[in-house]
Write a protein that binds this ligand. Structure first.
Ligand code: THU
Length: 136
């Protein structure tokens, strides 16, 4: 199984490939799936601003394409080295992650220099609505 450093490296590579000409804020994400594969993604912005896509959403798409259906852990990386800020997933991405993650799934929030803080999904999205609400 890849370790956290492998996930961080994958997120950093993805961040380097982000398409963020409007915000100039590149984000990378890397998901570890149950198969042991790593699925990375970057934000993809658009001249029609609301059509932009977050890094987490890109990574989820890569995971589905790769055949995995669960998130064991995820790294999200954004910001400048040492800026001390937390690039936590936006509200919409918290819900998208929830579809494939468990309440105790770790979400590692990183800067380019490495890990800043780890949250569980339940910390970021308490009392969430999910597939079980629809009997799935
Ligand atoms: N963004 C992400 O990709 N993930 C996050 O966790 C926070 C924000 C992107 C969206 C947009 O392209 C840019 O960062 C600035 O909001």
């Amino acid at each position: 199984m890849p370790d956290l450093n492998a996930l961080i490296d994958a997120a950093r590579d993805a961040m380097g490939n982000a398409y963020a000409p409007y915000s100039n804020f590149s984000v990378g994400a890397a998901i570890l799936g149950p198969s042991g594969q790593i699925f990375a993604g970057a934000n993809v912005e658009n001249a029609a601003y609301p059509q932009g896509q977050c890094a987490e959403t890109s990574a989820i798409g890569a995971m589905i394409l790769g055949g995995d259906r669960a998130i064991r852990e995820i790294v999200v990386m954004g910001g400048k080295p040492g800026d001390g800020l937390l690039c936590t997933p936006c509200g919409g991405c918290r819900q998208r992650l929830r579809e494939f993650a468990a309440p105790n799934t770790p979400i590692h929030v990183c800067g380019p220099e490495g890990l800043r803080r780890t949250f569980t999904l339940a910390e970021l999205l308490p009392h969430s609505f999910g597939p079980d609400n629809l009997d799935f």
